[in-house]
Design a protein around this ligand. Structure first.
Ligand code: NDP
Ligand code: MG
Length: 398
């Protein structure tokens, strides 16, 4: 029987790659629900091609979508709206698989709803896990959800870990012979730039990643290395290890997607061409493997793989994230919220590139840490930090 898939963030980069894979396997998967925030025209086209049962948009866009659908002669797509609509499709009883591919904190409650409904959740929306950490991991265990990493590094680590790793106790130390997780980073478009050069880089340059084609927010995060910082936190939660067991390795070719080291001296790596379709297909079908269009690696053509240590002086975001993970509590939520505001301000050219991590640092220094003991605490902290970071952006902005 085919599996019904809900794609949260269907109009985005991950959403589109997911649709591409589903299209290749029409017997195995059907598209049940798709969601969008601003690209309504694209969503209407997706509805035309994949004929989902439900589409979710902001309430201000319902009329626009409805008109577009009737113009295209499409009937039978129920339109839901806002966060309540996102949650309704994420936990819908007819849904088997949820692709969590909304960007940022906006994805938290829908992703958590999918987890609490015990779905197979393909996690791209790393910010949701960074914010809710233990709460999301515990909810997955309590409700029997299968939380599978789509982020290429975490998917690689998942592939390199022993199969029974997730059955073992979660105590902050690597287990079953694992000694260290090596999280690879491309270094982004500004690897080896001087501090002076970094001060004048533009949003267009920041969004031009050398190896991956991604949404704007994660592209900027990759350029500041905040993405690697968020991924460090993501890895600690997914694999139940403290931050000192995760080493960041800059690997500019993005061929090795991450590695796991074992006590016997072995290092296992997962490799492939940099295309998100591979980790998406892996998470969709696990423990099976399904075909994608991604070509196999041509190692003779690649010839060389390079590695270097990250420069945390030029890219302080990574240091801030490690510190936030070490501090625990709501520190990762503070970091994430401030970063979301700072990235949006940078994209609107209100602040410079190097000021992004300053906003995050300011928020971490200004907001008192506390235990992240409930979802309400996390959501309130997120809201509070957004206001504070916004004010700071106005103060330092040009
Ligand atoms: P995009 O910006 O391309 O897509 C984001 C999606 O989320 C779009 O469908 C967008 O709708 C929707 N969205 C944006 N804001 C809201 C909101 N407030 N409420 C509801 N929906 C919203 O991002 P990506 O696809 O690149 O990334 C998605 C997530 O996956 C991020 O968390 C990112 O970190 C993660 N990820 C992405 C990778 C990549 O290669 N792209 C790799 C690894 C992880 P619309 O477009 O209609 O406005
Ligand atoms: Mg990644």
């Amino acid at each position: 029987m085919s599996q019904a898939v809900c794609i949260l963030g269907a109009t985005g980069s991950i959403g589109q790659s997911t649709l591409k894979i589903l299209e290749q396997h029409p017997e195995t998967y059907t598209v049940f629900a798709v969601t969008a925030q601003s690209r309504i025209q694209e969503l209407a086209q997706i509805c035309q091609k994949y004929q989902p049962k439900v589409a979710v948009v902001p309430s201000s866009k319902v009329d626009e979508l409805s008109q577009l659908l009737s113009k295209l002669g499409i009937s039978g797509v129920e339109i839901l709206s806002d966060e309540a609509g996102l949650i309704a499709v994420a936990e819908h009883q007819d849904v088997d698989v949820v692709m969590a591919a909304i960007v940022g904190a906006a994805g938290l409650l829908p992703t958590l709803a999918a987890v609490k409904a015990g779905k197979r959740v393909l996690l791209a929306n790393k910010e949701a896990l960074v914010m809710s950490g233990d709460i999301m991991m515990q909810a997955a265990r309590d409700h029997g959800a299968l939380l599978l990493p789509v982020d290429s590094e975490h998917n690689a680590i998942f592939q390199c870990l022993p199969q029974n790793y997730f059955d073992a106790e979660r105590h902050g130390k690597p287990k079953l012979g694992v000694s260290q997780i090596l999280l690879t980073a491309s270094g982004g478009p500004f690897l080896n730039h001087s501090l002076e050069q970094l001060q004048s880089v533009t949003p267009a340059q920041a969004c031009k990643h050398p190896n991956w084609s991604m949404g704007q927010k994660i592209s900027v995060d990759s350029a500041t290395l905040m993405n690697k910082g968020l991924e460090l936190i993501e890895a600690c939660h997914l694999f139940a290890v403290e931050e000192q067991y995760v080493t960041v390795v800059v690997h500019p070719e993005s061929i090795i997607h991450s590695m796991v080291q074992y006590v016997d001296g072995s290092t296992l790596a997962q490799m492939g061409n940099p295309d998100m379709c591979t980790p998406i297909a892996h998470a969709l079908a696990w423990p099976k493997r399904i075909q994608t269009h991604v070509p196999p690696l041509n190692l003779f053509e690649i010839a060389q793989l390079n590695f270097q240590a990250p420069d945390v002086e030029h890219f302080p975001a990574l240091k801030l994230a490690r510190q936030a993970m070490k501090s625990g509590g709501i520190a990762p939520t503070i970091l994430n919220a401030a970063n979301e505001i700072a990235v949006a301000a940078f994209l609107q050219q209100k602040i410079g590139f190097t000021q992004i991590s300053q906003v995050a640092e300011h928020a971490l220094n200004s907001v008192a840490n506390q235990a992240a003991d409930s979802l309400q605490t996390i959501v309130e902290a997120d809201q509070k930090v957004r206001v504070l970071a916004q004010q700071y952006v106005v103060n330092i902005g040009s």
